[in-house]
Ligand binder design. Structure first.
Ligand code: FBP
Length: 340
């Protein structure tokens, strides 16, 4: 590593510069998305700094409230939700917000309304917050035709209608991964500059991986195809090597590793949770959008995840996402079962 050359590296591709370049490819664009994204980036920087100092600033532990999912909210859940809602509303570019932490959708007051609907999980991986394991923020962006009179069905669009999606991982470094529909790019926060710098250009997931990621603690409640798939990962046919199990328990961290290394992340349905655990709008859709943009696949056990038409804002769905060939295997097992 040539630190001297690095210190003299003056041609910095920041996330704002990157999105402005993308915007210049669309002469009709008015810069609304660039302004919206700069407010999402501000929220990520705030949450990153709060997570880093959580132990020192007494931000560890419960907030004493329960969210719509029936989960006890962590202090950082509430703080993150607050900063994102305020940043998104003050951008003047949104009309509907759907957050994991808010029971109802937020309809932005008319004076501040703009053309985008943003769905987001302000802090994903709550079970890992207090032990300092990687967590993250997940977001998806829809365009709303008539944003002067926004209605809930404009938030309940299929994932394939998203115009952008991303996540920000708060781990050993803070990494923001973004797609605006033409590939996937990763940006790392340079704390000395306070800027997200392009470090992972044009991410492509390997066609096949050596890792599977699932909470095996639910194995006894799995359906046939899921159980068979995981068994094949551990006891592959003659001549193939078993896959390695990696499970952090934060979707952002498990999906980030899957995107870079390849393999498959799955949160299937089971007898206990017949619709799975992960929420369609602000977990399944954004991660499926990124996976497809990187050359992977995302499948619900029945259909392409991005074709789902959600009926409720906190709806859940099973999800299998990752390397193209790995997801093909699980699709084949479900297709075989459907034939029987
Ligand atoms: P929240 O923490 O935002 O509720 O997200 C759900 C989540 O923590 C995902 O990040 C993760 O993939 C999954 O739940 C872990 O679930 P489990 O503990 O059942 O394996």
């Amino acid at each position: 590593m040539d630190h001297a050359a690095d210190a003299l590296r003056t041609d910095l591709m920041t996330i704002t510069r990157y999105v402005l370049n993308e915007q210049s490819k669309h002469p009709e664009s008015r810069g609304d998305f660039t302004i919206l994204l700069s407010h999402i980036v501000l929220g990520c920087k705030f949450v990153c700094s709060s997570v880093n100092k959580a132990g020192l600033a007494k931000l560890i532990g419960l907030a004493g409230e329960t969210n719509v999912q029936g989960e006890e909210q962590k202090k950082l859940d509430v703080l993150s939700n607050d900063v994102f809602v305020k940043a998104l509303v003050s951008s003047g570019r949104t009309c509907i917000l759907v957050s994991e932490e808010d029971e109802e959708a937020t309809f932005v007051e008319p004076a501040l309304r703009g053309r985008y609907c943003v769905v987001f999980d302000p802090l994903d991986g709550s079970s890992n917050i207090d032990c300092g394991v990687s967590i993250g923020t997940i977001f998806g962006v829809y365009m709303v035709k008539d944003f002067t009179e926004p209605t809930l069905d404009q938030a309940l669009q299929p994932g394939k209608n998203m115009v952008a999606a991303g996540y920000c991982m708060y781990g050993s470094s803070c990494t923001l991964v973004l797609s605006t529909g033409s590939g996937v790019n990763g940006f790392t926060l340079d704390p000395s500059l306070g800027e997200f710098i392009l470090t992972h250009p044009d991410i492509k997931i390997p066609k096949k991986g050596k890792i599977y990621s699932v909470n095996e603690g639910n194995a006894k409640n799995w359906d046939g195809p899921t159980a068979k798939y995981v068994e094949n990962c551990k006891f592959p046919k003659e001549g193939s090597s078993p896959k390695s199990l990696r499970y952090i328990g934060s979707m952002v961290a498990d999906v980030h590793r899957t995107l870079l290394y390849g393999g498959i992340f799955l949160y299937p349905a089971d007898k206990k949770s017949p619709s799975g655990k992960l929420r369609v709008l602000y977990e399944v859709f954004p991660m499926s959008f990124l996976m497809e943009q990187a050359g992977g696949q995302a499948f619900t056990g029945k259909e392409r995840a991005l074709d789902l038409l959600p009926k409720k804002i906190h709806e859940r769905s099973p999800i299998f996402l990752g390397s193209y060939d790995d997801v093909e295997e699980i699709k084949a097992l479900y297709a075989a079962e459907a034939k029987n």
